[in-house]
Design a protein around this ligand. Structure first.
Ligand code: HAM
Length: 449
């Protein structure tokens, strides 16, 4: 019986050769912008101890409770495929004693993360994040700096119509009181909440504010807002962040309902949307109307392209010293989908120059010798293409033409025995015979003529 062909796991995808120009574009933009802003690259492992996320992100968050891929190794360790990268960066900061270096430490990363999410537009189970973290300083200017860095990253890609949603969710001093006020408000309206929110009310009441269900959204219109319940220090910090943002002229809106889904946040939280993308940038009334008209159809342009915030308590949760920090991550697949939708085409990245030389081979000896010659050409900086698995000269010349090679080298059985090689100028068809030991030098000369 014929075997069923296998497929990639649901929600996980191949990044095919034709997709790579977009991925390169994102890589080039992130490297340029983050390096310019003084961030250094870090690459933590894809697998971490499950406890890192249980402690760091929070055991009762959807991200950890419902979406994390956790498993026991053969040796009995509990590991998890990282559902995000911030906790790993903080773990690395502590593990490598980075607190002893001059602060702040600014790190950036790019890599896959894994979340067992319900599938839909712009929702993957393996997706890539580009992110940046500034650790070791609580100055509000750093909140503004990371927000500006993310804006610059989008701008570099040609996305200039971003809208930043920003809020402050307080800290361990003021949030507990706000939590109580919020629970008291929702208790009386419990029966009108969706099932998820009924459950969340005890464990994670702030999440009620960003529930996407229409009924819950209506209820929150009267809900107490955290900005009115911030302690003095958090209030002053938030005001400073906003003042810095005003100076930068970045497009932002205060969003009292923005709470984010990870437990580690304190004070500033923010998310990036395309302007008007999620029906925001308009007042709540029109937003709700727009939402119901759209019938909650998830479209990638309505999802957050990036998000982040301050997480001053995370290092301590992970066993480190108190370390204020702030950062963000952007979803690469979502960004690329928007680029495609807008027909923003990747600028050519000259990482693979058009080959000027094609190396064709004939017969066993020709094939054998051509491997070594190819490496000599490559090493000498002569950009060369080949098709070693092809046997017919016609097929190889066809490829050479398609690639636009200026010269084709033909190494046949007889030439290989004689220590010679044919150099064919593709435009004229003129051929000459050169000694194998001289061909690399000859080609370098020809290329510089
Ligand atoms: P997050 O908001 O969970 O934050 O994820 C960041 C970004 O990843 C989102 O804005 C979105 O663009 C993308 N994303 C999230 N889920 C998916 C998905 N299922 N499929 C495709 N893209 C997705 C964090 O992960 C925090 N660690 C960010 C941070 C850094 N906070 C402070 N520092």
């Amino acid at each position: 019986m014929a075997k069923q062909p296998l497929q990639a796991p649901k929600g996980m995808h191949d990044i095919l050769p034709q997709d790579q120009p977009y991925w390169n574009m994102v890589r080039v933009a992130s490297t340029r912008v983050l390096t310019d802003y003084g961030f250094e690259r870090i690459d933590p492992p894809v697998l971490e101890s499950a406890e890192l996320f249980l402690r760091g992100v929070g055991a009762s968050t959807d991200l950890v409770e419902k979406q994390m891929y956790a498993f026991k190794t053969r040796g009995g360790d509990s590991l998890a495929l990282r559902p995000e990268i911030t906790a790993s960066v903080v773990r690395a900061y502590i593990e490598h004693g980075m607190h002893t270096l001059p602060q702040p430490i600014k790190l950036w990363y790019q890599g896959p993360v894994f979340r067992h999410e319900a599938l839909g537009a712009g929702r993957y189970r393996q997706f890539w994040q580009v992110g940046a973290e500034t650790l070791g300083d609580e100055n509000a200017v750093l909140d503004a700096e990371v927000i500006q860095t993310l804006f610059a990253f989008f701008l570099e890609l040609g996305l200039s119509d971003m809208l930043i949603h920003i809020n402050s969710i307080g800290d361990a001093i003021c949030r507990p009181n706000y939590r109580k006020t919020l629970i008291a408000y929702y208790r009386t309206k419990q029966e009108r909440l969706c099932e998820d929110c009924k459950r969340r009310l005890a464990a994670n009441p702030l999440r009620l504010l960003d529930c996407k269900e229409f009924g819950c959204r209506e209820l929150r219109r009267e809900a107490p807002q955290i900005v009115d319940h911030l302690c003095e220090a958090c209030h002053a910090h938030f005001r400073e962040v906003i003042e810095f943002l005003d100076e930068t002229g970045l497009p932002y809106m205060l969003d009292p309902y923005l709470v984010r889904g990870l437990d580690y946040y304190t004070r500033t939280v923010f998310e990036y949307f395309l302007e008007g993308g999620d029906g925001t940038g308009v007042d709540e009334e029109s937003r709700l109307a727009a939402e119901s008209a759209l019938g909650n159809v998830p479209r990638v342009t309505r999802l957050a392209l990036g998000g982040g915030g301050r997480y001053d308590g995370l290092a301590e949760l992970l066993g480190g010293k108190p370390t204020p920090a702030v950062g963000w991550a952007a979803g690469v697949e979502r960004v690329i989908e928007v680029l495609r939708e807008r027909e923003i085409t990747p600028r050519p990245v000259h990482m693979i120059p058009t080959p000027r030389v094609f190396l064709a081979q004939l017969g066993d000896l020709g094939k054998r010798k051509s491997l070594k010659l190819f490496e000599e050409l490559r090493h000498a900086g002569v950009s060369t293409a080949q098709a070693f698995s092809k046997d017919s000269l016609k097929a190889q010349l066809h490829i050479a033409n398609r690639l636009g090679a200026t010269w084709t080298l033909i190494l046949g059985q007889k030439e290989a025995l004689d220590g010679m090689i044919i150099v064919r100028e593709m435009s004229s068809g003129i051929q000459e015979m050169i000694g194998l030991d001289k061909v690399v030098e000859e080609l370098k000369k020809k290329m510089h003529k």
